[in-house]
Design a protein around this ligand. Structure first.
Ligand code: GLN
Length: 199
């Protein structure tokens, strides 16, 4: 099983380390050609407008849509979750709209936890986990609403912070910044839930 991490910007090294700990073969994806042969892909946290601009520069939009269409599993964390949403709120007025992959039927609001609490950590109850997960939120987005096909896996203070729709999942927090590998293992389960994708 080969798992890729989009390595244009943000916290991709931490995801790589976590997956390597789990014995997974990891590839840092810097060009669309690096997607060939992968069965799962992580879109890391970072800064979503910067990542969006780099994705346009390197021609990633169409290859990523094709990767999802051929059954590749995708997990977006924080900025990566923003890239997956069908609808993005909280975009700077001078930008107008922000392009996204639109693979998750949800509306997400950038930087939604307020300026005074830009970063915090909480024990989070996640569906399917026996004990709370130490969730680190860094200028995190909130998932404001989801469509009928989307499963909600965690909420913090009534706000949706983890979802899954088919083979695509999103967390508005950063599981790669903790020592807890349970969500990476959950993602690997999603990847292997179906036969290997066609290269
Ligand atoms: N605030 C960032 C954005 O909107 C996301 C923050 C993060 O990934 N930690 O892109």
């Amino acid at each position: 099983m080969n798992i890729g991490i989009l390595a244009l910007q943000g916290a991709f090294r931490e995801h790589s380390q976590m997956l390597r700990q789990l014995g997974v073969h990891v590839r840092e994806v810097r060009l669309p050609a690096d997607l060939v042969g992968l069965s799962g892909l992580i879109l890391p946290g970072g800064e979503s407008t910067t990542m969006t601009n780099l994705m346009t520069s390197y021609g990633f939009w169409e290859p990523l849509a094709a990767f999802a269409a051929r059954g590749g599993a995708i997990w977006g964390t924080c900025a990566g979750a923003i890239l997956l949403a069908q609808n993005i709120q909280g975009v700077s007025p001078h930008l107008g709209t922000q392009r996204s992959l639109g693979l998750l039927d949800m509306t997400i609001r950038r930087n939604a936890f307020g300026r005074q609490v830009d970063s915090f950590a909480v024990p989070l109850d996640v569906q399917g986990l026996e004990k709370p997960f130490p969730a680190v939120f860094i200028r995190a987005p909130i998932i404001e609403s989801v469509g009928p096909e989307v499963e909600i896996l965690a909420r913090h203070d009534d706000q949706i912070v983890m979802v899954q729709q088919g083979r695509v999942m999103a967390t508005s927090f950063h599981p790669e910044l903790t020592g807890d590998t349970r969500l990476h293992q959950h993602f690997l389960g999603l990847v292997t839930a179906k036969a290997e994708v066609q290269a």
